[in-house]
Design a protein. Structure first.
Length: 310
């Protein structure tokens, strides 16, 4: 099945401090791997507009990010949070990352393709309405989900987050909007410290599944099948969004779970099947974490291959 890759080329020009794992090599590794795959239609991302960002983020947050980037001298890195830095070129990368998910929504709504993967950095799922954190400036998935709801007339959307870290920013959206179902499988304890099973949102529209370090991959899959898939069935979303973080991989330096690329292929295949059941095949995924570049590239390519039915 043909899938769209929304390529945010500004991702390569968002520098980070030396030693930071969220570097441009992540984007380049995934891009190089996917360029060799068949059945992918590549399109260039477009920057998110301020009104699109403002559906989720406060005006003050948008201004702080953009103004801080604009004020940075050539080569200067400015901290917005202890692990989240920007420079002059970071605004373009963050706007393209959010705009890539918006564009992906429009493309899968208009067809003929119904599957899209936004290849961009920085990631987004930790960004809260008024706060940058965890390498994230704008919450691309939240911005895209609200675009689907408010601009594309969707009644309900689901956000499935399989990053090893809890997507606290995306959960904030579901806690405020009953049109959104949010599910997260993540390692605990681990950054950012949120995502307990007791956090259930509005009428149960939040599903958190914290897993201990070294959880076997077979148990991870079984948990996903037992808990997440029936929850999607109950919610019946008109579109499925995926925060596709690949740092639950066995080789990742920031996590302690045990998934491999075949598990991500299974995830892609499984979520695409759910999209066909509930949302006319419409699914939009965005790159989140993954910090071992070879494992990240293999896993992201396997996930997209799974979406395509490979």
């Amino acid at each position: 099945m043909l899938a769209i890759i929304v390529d945010s080329t500004a991702s390569a020009a968002h520098p980070v401090p030396e030693g930071n794992p969220e570097h441009a090599g992540r984007y380049e590794a995934v891009r190089d791997r996917m360029r060799g795959m068949d059945g992918l239609h590549w399109v260039e991302s477009e920057p998110a507009t301020r009104p699109q960002l403002a559906r989720f983020h406060t005006d003050q947050h948008i201004e702080r990010v953009l103004n801080t980037c604009a004020s940075a001298e050539e080569g200067e890195l400015i901290a917005l949070d202890w692990d989240t830095h920007v420079t002059h070129s970071s605004a373009a990368a963050a706007l393209q990352a959010a705009g890539g998910v918006v564009l992906a929504v429009d493309r899968v709504m208009e067809g003929p393709e119904t599957l899209a993967f936004s290849l961009a950095r920085p990631p987004g799922h930790h960004a809260e309405p008024d706060r940058a954190m965890g390498f994230c400036l704008f919450n691309s998935i939240a911005v895209g989900a609200l675009h689907a709801l408010d601009a594309r007339s969707q009644d309900r959307v689901a956000i499935i987050d399989f990053d090893v870290h809890h997507g606290n920013g995306s959960q904030v959206l579901a806690e405020r909007d009953e049109r959104v179902f949010f599910a997260s499988l993540h390692q605990a304890p681990l950054y950012p410290g949120s995502g307990s099973a007791s956090e259930t949102g509005l009428n149960g529209n939040v599903l958190n599944i914290p897993l201990p370090e070294a959880t076997p991959a077979a148990q991870w899959r079984a948990t996903f099948e037992r808990d997440v898939l029936p929850a999607i069935d109950r919610f019946e979303p008109g579109m499925i969004f995926v925060s596709a973080g690949f740092d639950a991989h066995l080789d990742d330096p920031l996590g302690g779970l045990t998934l491999r690329s075949d598990d991500y292929r299974w995830l892609g295949h499984t979520l695409a099947a759910k999209a066909r059941e509930h949302s006319e095949g419409r699914l939009v995924a965005a790159l989140e974490g993954g910090y071992d570049c070879p494992a990240l590239a293999r896993s992201a390519a396997a996930f997209v291959g799974g979406l395509q039915g490979a």
